[in-house]
Design a protein around this ligand. Structure first.
Ligand code: CA
Length: 230
């Protein structure tokens, strides 16, 4: 059974979420503020966190930052905020996905399933028969240890950024279509959300490329997809 921590200070919305999630066989914990949320993640190790950004005691992005210091639990941010700056700030702080209020229960469930699926490691080795260490002029990726190093330092990637990078590296030198990337990283329902790719590729370039506006390793084929080059 998948255990969800619902972090939401609106009691009616929290109750509606819990009723719907329990009806679909999720196990639910609830927190009405950020400090309770952090404590419950530590105590109960949920499989996924649904996080409202507007909380009474601290901002949701600060909850995320605090959480990411010690936990990789997938976090789906739920918010009424609509601007892309706020979306990028939440993703930068370590969110795996983002859903804007009001949302349909079906959409929420699809995203919850995608978020939890991403944390289940693939049965086969990610790198197949290729080397597990991939070097470029700018950074080094260890696929087995799931580590990226740049200029002698570890680069911290969110689980989604890592998954995206891993799919591109597994196909290195080859174009990976937008639909394939979206479906591999976000799940079957996401084949058309190319805006996700733009946001996450921009983040990856900012973290990895020497000159993010002129990428040498994370290449865009406009309108088609992306390609990793050593
Ligand atoms: Ca709120």
């Amino acid at each position: 059974m998948t255990r969800v921590l619902v972090v939401e200070d609106d009691p009616q919305l929290a109750r509606a979420l819990v009723i719907n999630l329990k009806a679909r066989q999720f196990e639910c914990l609830t927190a009405a503020d950020g400090s309770t949320a952090l404590r419950l993640v530590g105590e109960h190790s949920p499989d996924v966190v649904l996080l409202d950004l507007g909380l009474p005691d601290m901002d949701g992005t600060d909850v995320l930052r605090a959480l990411r210091a010690w936990s990789r639990v997938p976090v789906l941010v739920v918010s009424a905020r609509r601007t892309s700056d706020e979306k990028v700030a939440a993703l930068d702080a370590g969110a795996d996905d983002y859903i804007t209020k009001p949302f349909s229960m079906d959409e929420l469930l699809a995203r919850l399933r995608a978020a939890t699926r991403r944390t289940t490691p693939a049965a086969t080795g990610a790198a197949g028969d290729r080397s597990l260490i991939v070097r470029t002029a700018a950074f080094t990726v260890d696929l087995l240890a799931k580590k990226v190093r740049r200029d002698g330092n570890d680069v911290r990637l969110t689980p989604t950024e890592w998954h995206l990078l891993e799919v591109l590296i597994r196909n290195r030198g080859r174009l990976v279509g937008q639909r394939q990337l979206l479906q591999e990283v976000w799940g079957p329902a996401y084949g058309t959300q190319s805006n996700y790719l733009r946001v996450y590729m921009a983040q990856l370039r900012r973290k990895l490329e020497r000159d993010p506006s002129h990428p040498r390793h994370l290449i865009t084929a406009p309108g088609m997809g992306y390609r990793f080059e050593n």
